[in-house]
Design a binder for this molecule. Structure first.
Ligand code: TRP
Length: 323
């Protein structure tokens, strides 16, 4: 079976953009691929963070993933820091990567700007650890959001370098970018991607129902009062339509018909209802999952991940002269 690896940083709670952009796709791949789904707690350390918060978010994200449909029998769900082989390969790849290439990464420049001097070299090495995450499992396919594309390109470059120097140990991983759904925009600023940095525009899947309703009803629209898909002229309404489309499986055309001669309030109310309806069971499931059950799952996941990673590590150590 072909392998998928992907990671999610425990730097916030899961929102609709994360779900439609990547999680939903990974869940649909279950059974068709061998899936390694990792909580990237080491990556979360590259920007200022609190240990207590990191611990809490890591557990919470794992719980959310299971509630959303990650099946621990089909998917290896684990914490990145529980598999030391990632860090071993990270060092080896770090000695191969060119510093100039790292400094060219958009995300590096962005994060550096955001946190000014308040970050260590980890932020520069971030994509090298990502490459190690992927290659230690020799993954075939890596589902990621569009913002991670450049990091994947660097991974592919590192595979070429490594294979040239030490023998053909790694496959060149394919990037999988979920199409339209990766473009869920902020409700308050529909020209920007939905992100937790703009909480009012960010629909968190497990937050309280009142807040969800509030946020949807307050979403930015336009003054035309026509529900019509036109991302250029009507980015707010079009974004709500994209959300509604995925929650109800209706087409843009069907949505336009449904809300013909109806106001935005009615449309927004329908989006809210569709959201609650779509996530109802998942939200209830999350409440029933205990911390200790999730902790056990993560330990089990780490065991499986370590087995595969350590087997590959042996080969890597031999090829690179360390054994
Ligand atoms: N950097 C990714 C993100 O922010 C998370 C991640 C870490 C990842 N390691 C990975 C994704 C390896 C894919 C493969 O979304």
């Amino acid at each position: 079976m072909k392998k998928i690896l992907t990671g999610i940083k425990p730097s916030g709670v899961i929102h609709l953009g994360n779900y439609l952009g990547m999680i939903k796709e990974v869940i649909e791949f279950q059974g068709k691929y061998e899936i390694f789904l990792m909580i990237a707690d080491l990556h979360a350390q590259t920007v200022p963070y609190s240990p207590k918060e990191l611990r809490k978010l890591t557990l919470d994200i794992a719980k959310s993933l299971v509630a959303l449909g990650v099946d621990p029998k089909k998917t290896v769900l684990f914490k990145q820091s529980d598999v030391p082989a990632h860090l071993y390969l990270y060092w080896i790849l770090g000695c191969l990567v060119s510093e100039g290439d790292l400094r060219r990464m958009h995300e590096y420049k962005e994060q550096k700007e955001k946190h000014k001097e308040n970050v260590g070299a980890g932020i520069l090495m971030y994509p090298v650890l990502m490459a190690a995450d992927i290659l230690i499992y020799n993954a075939d396919l890596v589902p990621v959001g569009k913002d991670q594309e450049q990091h994947l390109e660097l991974t592919r470059e590192l595979v070429r370098k490594f294979n040239n120097k030490f023998g053909k140990l790694f496959k060149i991983p394919q990037v999988y970018i979920p199409s339209e759904t990766s473009k869920i925009m902020s409700l308050t600023n529909p020209l920007k991607k939905m992100s937790k940095s703009e909480p009012e525009g960010c629909l968190e899947i497990f937050e309280n129902e009142k807040r969800i309703k509030e946020k949807i009803l307050k979403a930015v629209t336009d003054s035309e009062a026509v529900v019509k898909y036109d991302p250029e002229k009507k980015p707010g309404i079009s974004n709500l339509m994209t959300i509604y489309k995925y929650l109800t499986k209706k087409s843009y055309h069907e949505i336009e018909e449904e809300f013909k001669n109806k106001g935005y309030y009615e449309f927004k109310l329908a989006v809210y209802k569709a959201f609650m309806n779509f996530f109802k069971e998942k939200r209830e499931r999350k409440k029933r999952l205990s911390d200790s059950y999730i902790q056990k799952l993560l330990i089990l996941g780490a065991k499986k991940a370590n087995k595969v990673a350590n087997e590959n590590l042996e080969k890597i150590l031999k090829a690179t002269g360390l054994r």
